[in-house]
Design a protein around this ligand. Structure first.
Ligand code: NAD
Length: 272
């Protein structure tokens, strides 16, 4: 095995995204799976991570020793939970690793803590690692800037019944893009729910609607509603492997970069 290949750890390796990541790494000639970590008590501990991911056996068992596994790695891909991502962020900083974070549902406080670790790690965080969604965000930013505050912005998302946070990280990413286009902060301008006698829509609000059901991987629509016309920009994720492909691409891009915070816009050349 050539040593020039980037050595990656997948944390949450038995999860839906974790398995997709193990598959994506196995398909890349530039990457090698260095370790596969799960939480203490997971029934998957000890299983071959390749078999669990539906690819050839790789002799890398799922284990619960994150610190031991991080030693000697180049990077970590982390689609777990907010609390776990903070623990892994601290460990990634300790070892000076690339830390690719797809975990959603992190509070503002969590994000500040995570970003502080990036003084010693190479952090790439995104609410969505697909090329299409990041391009959509760039288009939303542009449309929001062109259309101005007379056009109401509503963001609708639908995900599978097992998703635990709302709105989705992608919906928030799109909301941030719309707010950036209008040159306003999203905080203080978003409407997350409506029920009962809500009164009229506040001017300039960015509304969110979250639908949950079935096995939907991720549908997002950004609606610009003007007087007498409506513009809708939509993205449909058909397979979660596209997030894994984007995360793996981010890891390769980040390998060898200086510590700091990077975004998919940096990686996909969508800045500006
Ligand atoms: P999942 O529940 O199937 O997988 C999460 C896995 O993490 C589980 O196997 C769990 O046991 C493991 N885990 C939790 N804490 C851990 C710890 N301390 N150590 C090791 N493993 C731990 O969930 P999922 O559908 O794979 O999604 C995971 C996260 O990724 C969610 O926040 C989801 O919203 C997000 N997500 C992001 C994107 C994106 O592109 N940014 C795409 C899809 C999902």
């Amino acid at each position: 095995m050539p040593s020039s290949r980037m050595k990656l750890v997948v944390v949450g390796a038995a999860g839906r995204m974790g398995r997709a990541l193990v598959r994506a790494i196995s398909e890349s000639p530039s990457l090698v799976l260095h370790g596969a970590v799960e939480r203490e008590g997971s029934p998957m501990l000890g299983q071959d991570s390749g078999v669990l991911a539906g690819v050839s056996p790789n002799s890398i068992p799922i284990n619960a020793d994150a610190r031991g596994t991080f030693a000697g790695a180049d990077g970590v891909i982390d689609f777990t939970s907010p609390a776990s991502t903070l623990i892994f962020g601290e460990m990634a900083a300790e070892f000076g690793l690339v830390h690719i974070v797809g975990t959603t549902g992190m509070s503002e406080g969590d994000l500040r803590k995570l970003e502080a670790f990036a003084s010693r790690s190479v952090l790439v965080r995104s609410g969505n690692f697909s090329f299409g969604v990041n391009l959509l965000a760039a288009l939303v930013r542009r449309a929001a800037a062109s259309l101005g505050p007379d056009w109401d912005i509503e963001i609708s998302e639908m995900h599978h019944r097992l998703k635990v946070d709302a709105p989705s990280g992608t919906a928030l990413l799109l909301g941030e893009a719309a707010a950036a286009g209008r040159e306003i902060p999203l905080t203080g301008h978003s409407v997350r729910s409506r029920d009962g006698h809500t009164g009229v829509r506040p001017q300039g609000a960015i509304g969110f609607q979250s639908l949950r059901g079935g096995s939907v991987i991720g549908d997002h629509t950004v609606i610009f509603a003007g007087s007498g016309e409506r513009l809708e920009l939509r993205h449909v994720a058909e397979d979660r492997s596209l997030f894994a492909t984007g995360a793996v691409k981010a890891a390769l891009w980040a390998h060898g970069k200086a510590p700091g915070i990077y975004t998919m816009d940096d990686i996909l050349g969508l800045k500006g």
